[in-house]
Design a protein around this ligand. Structure first.
Ligand SMILES: [Zn+2]
Length: 480
Protein backbone atom coordinates (compact mmCIF):
# COMPACT_ATOMS: atom_id res chain seq x y z
CA UNK A 1 0.00 0.00 0.00
CA UNK A 2 1.38 3.39 -0.98
CA UNK A 3 2.02 5.93 1.80
CA UNK A 4 1.48 9.64 1.74
CA UNK A 5 4.41 11.56 0.32
CA UNK A 6 4.92 15.32 0.42
CA UNK A 7 7.31 16.73 -2.18
CA UNK A 8 7.89 20.25 -0.91
CA UNK A 9 9.38 23.48 -2.15
CA UNK A 10 10.32 22.36 -5.67
CA UNK A 11 9.83 23.78 -9.15
CA UNK A 12 6.81 21.92 -10.55
CA UNK A 13 6.53 21.50 -14.32
CA UNK A 14 2.80 22.08 -14.49
CA UNK A 15 0.65 21.56 -17.56
CA UNK A 16 -2.23 23.79 -18.61
CA UNK A 17 -3.28 21.99 -21.76
CA UNK A 18 -0.14 21.96 -23.89
CA UNK A 19 1.43 24.89 -22.00
CA UNK A 20 4.04 24.04 -19.39
CA UNK A 21 4.22 26.52 -16.51
CA UNK A 22 6.94 26.68 -13.87
CA UNK A 23 5.49 26.73 -10.36
CA UNK A 24 8.43 27.77 -8.17
CA UNK A 25 8.52 26.82 -4.47
CA UNK A 26 5.49 24.58 -4.79
CA UNK A 27 4.52 21.36 -3.02
CA UNK A 28 2.93 18.19 -4.36
CA UNK A 29 1.03 15.96 -1.95
CA UNK A 30 0.60 12.30 -2.85
CA UNK A 31 -1.94 10.18 -1.04
CA UNK A 32 -2.10 6.51 -1.96
CA UNK A 33 -1.55 6.18 -5.68
CA UNK A 34 -2.78 9.68 -6.57
CA UNK A 35 -1.78 13.33 -6.47
CA UNK A 36 -4.16 14.87 -3.98
CA UNK A 37 -2.95 18.49 -3.83
CA UNK A 38 -0.63 20.96 -5.51
CA UNK A 39 0.03 24.19 -3.66
CA UNK A 40 2.22 26.05 -1.20
CA UNK A 41 2.64 25.38 2.50
CA UNK A 42 0.99 21.95 2.26
CA UNK A 43 1.12 19.61 5.24
CA UNK A 44 1.06 15.85 5.54
CA UNK A 45 -2.34 14.99 7.00
CA UNK A 46 -1.25 11.52 8.07
CA UNK A 47 2.08 9.87 8.60
CA UNK A 48 4.18 9.77 5.51
CA UNK A 49 7.38 10.82 3.84
CA UNK A 50 8.59 14.40 3.42
CA UNK A 51 11.00 14.92 0.52
CA UNK A 52 12.75 18.28 0.40
CA UNK A 53 12.73 19.41 -3.23
CA UNK A 54 14.25 22.85 -2.63
CA UNK A 55 15.85 23.97 -5.86
CA UNK A 56 14.85 20.73 -7.55
CA UNK A 57 12.58 20.12 -10.52
CA UNK A 58 9.42 18.05 -10.06
CA UNK A 59 8.34 16.63 -13.42
CA UNK A 60 5.74 14.19 -14.67
CA UNK A 61 7.32 10.79 -15.37
CA UNK A 62 8.06 10.03 -19.00
CA UNK A 63 5.83 7.85 -21.18
CA UNK A 64 7.53 5.50 -23.62
CA UNK A 65 5.02 4.36 -26.24
CA UNK A 66 7.08 1.67 -27.95
CA UNK A 67 9.55 -0.78 -26.40
CA UNK A 68 10.51 -4.47 -26.45
CA UNK A 69 11.29 -4.89 -22.77
CA UNK A 70 12.52 -8.50 -22.91
CA UNK A 71 15.73 -7.87 -24.86
CA UNK A 72 18.16 -6.99 -22.04
CA UNK A 73 20.50 -9.96 -22.48
CA UNK A 74 21.11 -8.95 -26.11
CA UNK A 75 22.66 -5.58 -25.25
CA UNK A 76 25.85 -4.72 -27.07
CA UNK A 77 25.20 -6.90 -30.11
CA UNK A 78 23.84 -4.38 -32.53
CA UNK A 79 26.20 -1.40 -32.53
CA UNK A 80 27.34 -1.87 -36.14
CA UNK A 81 24.31 -3.73 -37.46
CA UNK A 82 21.60 -2.83 -39.96
CA UNK A 83 17.95 -3.85 -39.61
CA UNK A 84 18.36 -7.17 -41.41
CA UNK A 85 21.17 -8.12 -38.99
CA UNK A 86 19.13 -7.06 -35.97
CA UNK A 87 16.13 -9.12 -37.03
CA UNK A 88 18.28 -12.23 -36.74
CA UNK A 89 20.71 -11.39 -33.91
CA UNK A 90 18.00 -9.54 -31.96
CA UNK A 91 14.32 -10.09 -32.60
CA UNK A 92 14.53 -13.79 -33.49
CA UNK A 93 16.66 -14.50 -30.41
CA UNK A 94 13.48 -15.02 -28.40
CA UNK A 95 13.90 -18.56 -29.78
CA UNK A 96 16.93 -18.92 -27.49
CA UNK A 97 15.10 -17.67 -24.39
CA UNK A 98 13.51 -20.05 -21.89
CA UNK A 99 10.71 -18.61 -19.71
CA UNK A 100 13.22 -17.94 -16.92
CA UNK A 101 15.32 -15.84 -19.30
CA UNK A 102 12.23 -13.89 -20.29
CA UNK A 103 11.66 -13.12 -16.62
CA UNK A 104 15.16 -11.70 -16.07
CA UNK A 105 15.32 -9.87 -19.39
CA UNK A 106 11.93 -8.29 -18.84
CA UNK A 107 12.57 -7.40 -15.20
CA UNK A 108 15.86 -5.70 -16.04
CA UNK A 109 14.27 -3.91 -19.00
CA UNK A 110 11.57 -2.50 -16.70
CA UNK A 111 14.13 -1.50 -14.06
CA UNK A 112 16.30 0.30 -16.61
CA UNK A 113 13.26 2.29 -17.70
CA UNK A 114 12.43 3.23 -14.10
CA UNK A 115 16.03 4.25 -13.47
CA UNK A 116 15.88 6.62 -16.43
CA UNK A 117 12.68 8.35 -15.28
CA UNK A 118 10.22 6.45 -17.44
CA UNK A 119 7.05 5.66 -15.53
CA UNK A 120 4.84 4.16 -18.27
CA UNK A 121 5.81 1.86 -21.15
CA UNK A 122 3.83 0.39 -24.03
CA UNK A 123 5.57 -2.97 -24.30
CA UNK A 124 5.42 -4.56 -27.76
CA UNK A 125 5.87 -8.03 -26.25
CA UNK A 126 6.89 -10.09 -29.27
CA UNK A 127 8.08 -12.90 -27.03
CA UNK A 128 5.22 -15.40 -27.05
CA UNK A 129 6.97 -18.74 -27.51
CA UNK A 130 4.81 -20.47 -24.92
CA UNK A 131 2.28 -19.59 -22.21
CA UNK A 132 5.12 -19.57 -19.68
CA UNK A 133 7.17 -17.11 -21.75
CA UNK A 134 4.25 -14.68 -21.63
CA UNK A 135 3.34 -15.18 -17.98
CA UNK A 136 6.94 -14.98 -16.77
CA UNK A 137 7.45 -11.72 -18.66
CA UNK A 138 4.20 -10.44 -17.20
CA UNK A 139 5.22 -11.53 -13.67
CA UNK A 140 8.47 -9.60 -14.07
CA UNK A 141 6.60 -6.54 -15.32
CA UNK A 142 4.12 -6.59 -12.45
CA UNK A 143 6.97 -7.10 -9.95
CA UNK A 144 9.07 -4.23 -11.29
CA UNK A 145 6.77 -1.37 -10.29
CA UNK A 146 6.62 0.08 -13.80
CA UNK A 147 3.26 1.14 -15.27
CA UNK A 148 2.96 -0.92 -18.41
CA UNK A 149 0.61 -1.87 -21.18
CA UNK A 150 1.84 -5.37 -21.90
CA UNK A 151 0.93 -5.95 -25.55
CA UNK A 152 0.68 -9.72 -25.94
CA UNK A 153 2.16 -10.50 -29.32
CA UNK A 154 1.51 -12.35 -32.51
CA UNK A 155 4.94 -13.14 -33.91
CA UNK A 156 6.87 -15.43 -36.21
CA UNK A 157 8.21 -18.38 -34.21
CA UNK A 158 10.94 -20.77 -35.24
CA UNK A 159 10.71 -24.54 -35.18
CA UNK A 160 14.34 -25.32 -35.77
CA UNK A 161 17.50 -23.24 -35.90
CA UNK A 162 20.82 -25.01 -36.15
CA UNK A 163 22.62 -25.06 -39.47
CA UNK A 164 19.05 -25.35 -40.77
CA UNK A 165 16.32 -22.79 -40.24
CA UNK A 166 12.63 -23.58 -40.14
CA UNK A 167 9.72 -21.31 -39.29
CA UNK A 168 6.73 -22.58 -37.34
CA UNK A 169 3.81 -22.28 -39.75
CA UNK A 170 1.20 -22.45 -36.99
CA UNK A 171 0.85 -18.79 -36.04
CA UNK A 172 -2.11 -19.22 -33.66
CA UNK A 173 -1.78 -22.53 -31.80
CA UNK A 174 -4.48 -23.35 -29.29
CA UNK A 175 -2.29 -22.31 -26.34
CA UNK A 176 -1.81 -18.85 -27.88
CA UNK A 177 -5.56 -18.22 -27.80
CA UNK A 178 -6.17 -19.77 -24.37
CA UNK A 179 -3.29 -17.79 -22.83
CA UNK A 180 -4.64 -14.56 -24.33
CA UNK A 181 -8.11 -15.30 -22.98
CA UNK A 182 -6.84 -16.22 -19.50
CA UNK A 183 -4.65 -13.12 -19.25
CA UNK A 184 -7.42 -10.87 -20.54
CA UNK A 185 -9.76 -12.20 -17.84
CA UNK A 186 -7.14 -11.81 -15.08
CA UNK A 187 -6.03 -8.25 -15.89
CA UNK A 188 -5.09 -5.77 -14.52
CA UNK A 189 -1.94 -6.92 -12.76
CA UNK A 190 0.35 -5.29 -10.18
CA UNK A 191 -2.38 -3.39 -8.28
CA UNK A 192 -3.81 -2.06 -11.53
CA UNK A 193 -0.52 -0.75 -12.94
CA UNK A 194 -0.19 -3.37 -15.68
CA UNK A 195 -2.90 -3.84 -18.28
CA UNK A 196 -3.07 -6.06 -21.31
CA UNK A 197 -2.74 -4.88 -24.90
CA UNK A 198 -2.05 -6.55 -28.23
CA UNK A 199 0.86 -6.32 -30.67
CA UNK A 200 0.67 -7.46 -34.26
CA UNK A 201 2.87 -7.14 -37.35
CA UNK A 202 1.85 -10.06 -39.54
CA UNK A 203 0.03 -8.16 -42.25
CA UNK A 204 0.78 -10.79 -44.85
CA UNK A 205 -1.88 -13.01 -43.27
CA UNK A 206 -5.29 -13.14 -45.01
CA UNK A 207 -7.71 -10.31 -44.31
CA UNK A 208 -10.29 -12.45 -42.48
CA UNK A 209 -7.68 -13.80 -40.05
CA UNK A 210 -6.40 -10.29 -39.30
CA UNK A 211 -9.93 -8.94 -38.84
CA UNK A 212 -10.92 -11.84 -36.57
CA UNK A 213 -7.94 -11.53 -34.24
CA UNK A 214 -8.09 -7.72 -33.91
CA UNK A 215 -11.83 -7.92 -33.23
CA UNK A 216 -11.31 -10.68 -30.69
CA UNK A 217 -8.73 -8.61 -28.79
CA UNK A 218 -11.08 -5.65 -28.63
CA UNK A 219 -13.92 -7.87 -27.45
CA UNK A 220 -11.64 -9.22 -24.72
CA UNK A 221 -11.20 -5.66 -23.42
CA UNK A 222 -7.60 -5.03 -24.55
CA UNK A 223 -7.16 -1.27 -24.52
CA UNK A 224 -4.13 -0.68 -26.73
CA UNK A 225 -3.25 -2.41 -29.99
CA UNK A 226 0.12 -1.66 -31.50
CA UNK A 227 1.93 -2.30 -34.74
CA UNK A 228 5.17 -1.33 -36.48
CA UNK A 229 5.14 0.68 -39.67
CA UNK A 230 8.10 2.01 -41.60
CA UNK A 231 7.97 2.61 -45.32
CA UNK A 232 9.12 0.90 -47.47
CA UNK A 233 10.55 -1.74 -45.10
CA UNK A 234 7.16 -3.09 -43.94
CA UNK A 235 3.66 -3.58 -45.36
CA UNK A 236 1.52 -0.45 -45.07
CA UNK A 237 -0.30 -1.38 -41.86
CA UNK A 238 -2.06 1.99 -41.72
CA UNK A 239 -3.69 1.53 -45.10
CA UNK A 240 -4.53 -2.11 -44.41
CA UNK A 241 -6.10 -1.41 -41.03
CA UNK A 242 -8.05 1.45 -42.57
CA UNK A 243 -9.21 -0.68 -45.52
CA UNK A 244 -10.23 -3.48 -43.14
CA UNK A 245 -12.29 -1.06 -41.01
CA UNK A 246 -10.04 -1.68 -37.99
CA UNK A 247 -8.31 1.68 -37.58
CA UNK A 248 -9.33 3.32 -34.32
CA UNK A 249 -7.91 5.48 -31.55
CA UNK A 250 -6.86 2.47 -29.46
CA UNK A 251 -4.00 1.85 -31.94
CA UNK A 252 -0.41 3.11 -31.72
CA UNK A 253 1.71 2.91 -34.86
CA UNK A 254 5.42 2.79 -34.11
CA UNK A 255 7.95 4.65 -36.30
CA UNK A 256 5.86 5.74 -39.33
CA UNK A 257 9.04 6.69 -41.21
CA UNK A 258 8.31 8.09 -44.66
CA UNK A 259 4.58 8.04 -43.99
CA UNK A 260 2.66 9.48 -46.94
CA UNK A 261 0.54 12.61 -46.57
CA UNK A 262 -2.54 10.53 -47.26
CA UNK A 263 -1.71 8.05 -44.47
CA UNK A 264 -0.93 10.93 -42.08
CA UNK A 265 -4.40 12.34 -42.79
CA UNK A 266 -5.91 8.91 -42.17
CA UNK A 267 -4.19 8.67 -38.78
CA UNK A 268 -5.28 12.14 -37.69
CA UNK A 269 -8.86 11.51 -38.84
CA UNK A 270 -9.02 8.37 -36.70
CA UNK A 271 -7.16 9.98 -33.76
CA UNK A 272 -4.36 7.39 -33.97
CA UNK A 273 -0.94 8.29 -32.52
CA UNK A 274 2.48 7.33 -33.76
CA UNK A 275 5.53 6.51 -31.65
CA UNK A 276 8.80 7.91 -32.99
CA UNK A 277 11.86 6.00 -31.78
CA UNK A 278 14.65 8.17 -33.18
CA UNK A 279 17.73 6.24 -32.15
CA UNK A 280 16.70 2.90 -33.67
CA UNK A 281 15.09 4.64 -36.64
CA UNK A 282 18.26 6.57 -37.46
CA UNK A 283 20.33 3.37 -37.29
CA UNK A 284 17.95 0.75 -38.67
CA UNK A 285 15.33 2.58 -40.65
CA UNK A 286 15.34 4.82 -43.64
CA UNK A 287 15.78 7.71 -41.15
CA UNK A 288 13.26 10.53 -41.48
CA UNK A 289 12.01 10.85 -37.88
CA UNK A 290 8.50 12.22 -38.34
CA UNK A 291 7.31 13.21 -34.84
CA UNK A 292 7.55 16.95 -35.61
CA UNK A 293 6.39 16.81 -39.21
CA UNK A 294 3.59 19.33 -39.66
CA UNK A 295 0.97 16.76 -40.57
CA UNK A 296 1.99 14.35 -37.76
CA UNK A 297 3.00 16.45 -34.75
CA UNK A 298 -0.49 16.68 -33.23
CA UNK A 299 -0.54 12.87 -33.09
CA UNK A 300 3.01 12.02 -32.12
CA UNK A 301 4.59 10.44 -29.06
CA UNK A 302 8.03 9.01 -28.42
CA UNK A 303 9.33 5.51 -27.72
CA UNK A 304 12.52 3.69 -27.03
CA UNK A 305 12.14 0.53 -29.12
CA UNK A 306 15.19 -1.64 -28.34
CA UNK A 307 17.26 -1.23 -25.20
CA UNK A 308 19.42 -3.96 -26.71
CA UNK A 309 20.52 -1.30 -29.20
CA UNK A 310 20.58 1.88 -27.10
CA UNK A 311 19.89 2.96 -23.55
CA UNK A 312 16.35 3.22 -22.15
CA UNK A 313 16.84 6.90 -21.44
CA UNK A 314 13.77 8.49 -23.02
CA UNK A 315 15.23 11.95 -22.50
CA UNK A 316 17.93 11.09 -25.01
CA UNK A 317 15.27 9.96 -27.47
CA UNK A 318 13.35 13.20 -27.05
CA UNK A 319 16.57 15.18 -27.47
CA UNK A 320 17.57 13.34 -30.66
CA UNK A 321 14.05 13.72 -32.00
CA UNK A 322 14.09 17.45 -31.29
CA UNK A 323 17.51 18.27 -32.70
CA UNK A 324 17.28 15.93 -35.69
CA UNK A 325 13.92 17.47 -36.59
CA UNK A 326 15.29 21.00 -36.17
CA UNK A 327 18.12 20.08 -38.53
CA UNK A 328 15.65 18.69 -41.07
CA UNK A 329 13.65 21.94 -40.98
CA UNK A 330 16.81 24.06 -41.27
CA UNK A 331 17.99 21.96 -44.22
CA UNK A 332 14.70 22.65 -46.03
CA UNK A 333 14.93 26.39 -45.37
CA UNK A 334 18.48 26.42 -46.77
CA UNK A 335 17.32 24.50 -49.82
CA UNK A 336 14.31 26.69 -50.50
CA UNK A 337 15.52 30.12 -49.40
CA UNK A 338 19.32 29.83 -49.39
CA UNK A 339 19.64 31.30 -45.89
CA UNK A 340 19.75 30.39 -42.20
CA UNK A 341 16.35 29.95 -40.52
CA UNK A 342 15.32 33.04 -38.58
CA UNK A 343 13.59 31.09 -35.81
CA UNK A 344 13.29 27.59 -34.40
CA UNK A 345 9.83 26.31 -35.19
CA UNK A 346 10.09 23.31 -32.86
CA UNK A 347 10.20 24.51 -29.27
CA UNK A 348 11.31 22.81 -26.06
CA UNK A 349 7.76 22.74 -24.73
CA UNK A 350 6.55 20.63 -27.63
CA UNK A 351 9.47 18.23 -27.18
CA UNK A 352 8.69 17.88 -23.46
CA UNK A 353 5.07 17.18 -24.28
CA UNK A 354 6.09 14.47 -26.70
CA UNK A 355 7.34 12.39 -23.76
CA UNK A 356 4.63 13.37 -21.28
CA UNK A 357 1.11 14.58 -22.13
CA UNK A 358 1.24 13.44 -25.76
CA UNK A 359 2.29 9.96 -24.59
CA UNK A 360 -0.70 9.95 -22.24
CA UNK A 361 -2.98 10.87 -25.14
CA UNK A 362 -1.44 8.13 -27.26
CA UNK A 363 -2.40 5.51 -24.67
CA UNK A 364 -5.81 7.13 -24.03
CA UNK A 365 -4.89 7.88 -20.42
CA UNK A 366 -4.74 11.66 -20.54
CA UNK A 367 -7.07 11.91 -17.55
CA UNK A 368 -4.77 9.67 -15.47
CA UNK A 369 -1.12 10.28 -16.40
CA UNK A 370 1.18 12.56 -18.44
CA UNK A 371 1.07 15.67 -16.24
CA UNK A 372 1.14 16.69 -12.60
CA UNK A 373 -2.46 17.44 -11.71
CA UNK A 374 -4.70 16.89 -8.72
CA UNK A 375 -6.55 13.59 -9.04
CA UNK A 376 -4.08 12.09 -11.52
CA UNK A 377 -1.94 9.06 -10.70
CA UNK A 378 1.28 9.89 -8.89
CA UNK A 379 3.87 9.13 -11.59
CA UNK A 380 6.48 11.77 -10.81
CA UNK A 381 10.24 12.24 -11.12
CA UNK A 382 12.51 14.69 -9.35
CA UNK A 383 15.69 16.13 -10.90
CA UNK A 384 18.72 17.17 -8.89
CA UNK A 385 19.49 20.61 -10.26
CA UNK A 386 22.78 21.15 -8.46
CA UNK A 387 24.68 18.56 -10.50
CA UNK A 388 27.56 19.75 -12.71
CA UNK A 389 25.29 19.32 -15.75
CA UNK A 390 22.20 21.11 -14.49
CA UNK A 391 23.47 23.85 -12.22
CA UNK A 392 22.50 27.33 -13.52
CA UNK A 393 20.40 25.82 -16.35
CA UNK A 394 17.53 24.99 -13.99
CA UNK A 395 17.46 28.57 -12.66
CA UNK A 396 17.38 30.01 -16.18
CA UNK A 397 14.93 27.63 -17.87
CA UNK A 398 13.79 24.37 -16.23
CA UNK A 399 12.67 22.89 -19.56
CA UNK A 400 16.08 23.52 -21.10
CA UNK A 401 17.69 22.00 -18.00
CA UNK A 402 15.63 18.82 -18.30
CA UNK A 403 15.69 18.43 -22.07
CA UNK A 404 19.17 19.60 -23.01
CA UNK A 405 21.36 19.35 -19.90
CA UNK A 406 20.15 16.42 -17.81
CA UNK A 407 20.91 12.74 -18.00
CA UNK A 408 19.92 9.67 -16.00
CA UNK A 409 22.41 10.59 -13.27
CA UNK A 410 20.37 13.72 -12.47
CA UNK A 411 17.15 11.80 -11.88
CA UNK A 412 17.11 11.61 -8.13
CA UNK A 413 13.66 10.25 -7.33
CA UNK A 414 11.16 8.18 -9.31
CA UNK A 415 7.64 7.64 -7.99
CA UNK A 416 5.15 5.38 -9.78
CA UNK A 417 1.59 4.87 -8.58
CA UNK A 418 2.54 6.67 -5.37
CA UNK A 419 5.43 4.31 -4.58
CA UNK A 420 9.06 5.42 -4.52
CA UNK A 421 11.07 3.22 -6.91
CA UNK A 422 14.28 5.27 -6.97
CA UNK A 423 15.52 7.50 -4.20
CA UNK A 424 18.74 9.47 -3.71
CA UNK A 425 19.70 8.30 -7.21
CA UNK A 426 19.61 4.66 -6.06
CA UNK A 427 17.14 2.03 -7.23
CA UNK A 428 14.97 0.58 -4.47
CA UNK A 429 14.58 -3.15 -3.92
CA UNK A 430 12.14 -4.92 -6.23
CA UNK A 431 9.40 -7.03 -4.69
CA UNK A 432 9.20 -10.19 -6.75
CA UNK A 433 5.68 -11.61 -7.07
CA UNK A 434 4.78 -15.29 -7.12
CA UNK A 435 2.73 -14.79 -10.29
CA UNK A 436 1.49 -11.84 -12.35
CA UNK A 437 -1.32 -11.24 -9.88
CA UNK A 438 0.32 -12.96 -6.94
CA UNK A 439 1.78 -12.00 -3.60
CA UNK A 440 5.24 -10.78 -2.86
CA UNK A 441 7.71 -13.67 -2.64
CA UNK A 442 11.04 -11.96 -1.96
CA UNK A 443 12.90 -8.68 -2.31
CA UNK A 444 15.78 -8.32 -4.76
CA UNK A 445 18.39 -5.60 -5.04
CA UNK A 446 19.61 -4.51 -8.46
CA UNK A 447 22.95 -6.27 -7.93
CA UNK A 448 21.11 -9.57 -7.36
CA UNK A 449 19.03 -8.99 -10.51
CA UNK A 450 22.16 -8.20 -12.54
CA UNK A 451 23.91 -11.40 -11.38
CA UNK A 452 20.97 -13.50 -12.56
CA UNK A 453 20.93 -11.54 -15.79
CA UNK A 454 24.55 -12.30 -16.55
CA UNK A 455 23.95 -16.03 -16.02
CA UNK A 456 20.92 -15.88 -18.27
CA UNK A 457 22.92 -14.11 -20.98
CA UNK A 458 25.45 -16.93 -21.03
CA UNK A 459 22.70 -19.55 -21.33
CA UNK A 460 21.19 -17.67 -24.28
CA UNK A 461 24.60 -17.36 -25.98
CA UNK A 462 25.21 -21.08 -25.50
CA UNK A 463 21.87 -22.04 -27.02
CA UNK A 464 22.70 -19.87 -30.00
CA UNK A 465 25.99 -21.55 -30.78
CA UNK A 466 26.05 -23.09 -34.27
CA UNK A 467 22.95 -21.24 -35.42
CA UNK A 468 23.54 -20.04 -38.93
CA UNK A 469 22.61 -16.35 -39.26
CA UNK A 470 23.22 -16.33 -43.01
CA UNK A 471 20.68 -19.06 -43.70
CA UNK A 472 18.17 -17.28 -41.46
CA UNK A 473 18.61 -14.02 -43.39
CA UNK A 474 18.38 -15.82 -46.72
CA UNK A 475 15.16 -17.57 -45.70
CA UNK A 476 13.58 -14.40 -44.33
CA UNK A 477 14.87 -11.71 -46.65
CA UNK A 478 16.32 -13.54 -49.63
CA UNK A 479 19.78 -12.20 -48.82
CA UNK A 480 22.68 -13.25 -46.62
ZN1 LIG B 1 9.93 -2.16 -32.29
Amino acid sequence: MADSILLYNGTVLFHEGNKVKFLHNYDVLIQGSKISKIGQGLQLEFNGRMLDCSGKIISPGFIDTHHHLWQTQLKGRHGDEVLVDYMVSGMLQSFNYEPEDMFWGQLAGCIESIDSGVTTVVDHANLTYSPAHATEALRATASSGLRTIFCYGVMPRLKKWTSEFEMDTEIFPEWWHSTLETLAKSQPFGNGRVTLGFSFDMFKLPRDIITDIWTKCRNLGLKILTTHYSSPAMPNSIKMLSDYGLLDKDIIVSHANNISEEDARTLAKNDVYISSTPETELQFGPGDVVAFRDDIRSHASVGLDCHSTNSSDLLTQIRICLQHSRATVAGKVFQQEGKQPRELTIKLEEAFNLGTIQGARAVNMENQIGSIAEGKLADIIVFDTQSPAMVCAAEENPLAAVLLHSSVRDIETVIIDGIIRKENKQLCHVEILTEPNGNEKEKWSWSEVSRNLLDSRLRIKKRGEGQDYAVAKKTLFGTS
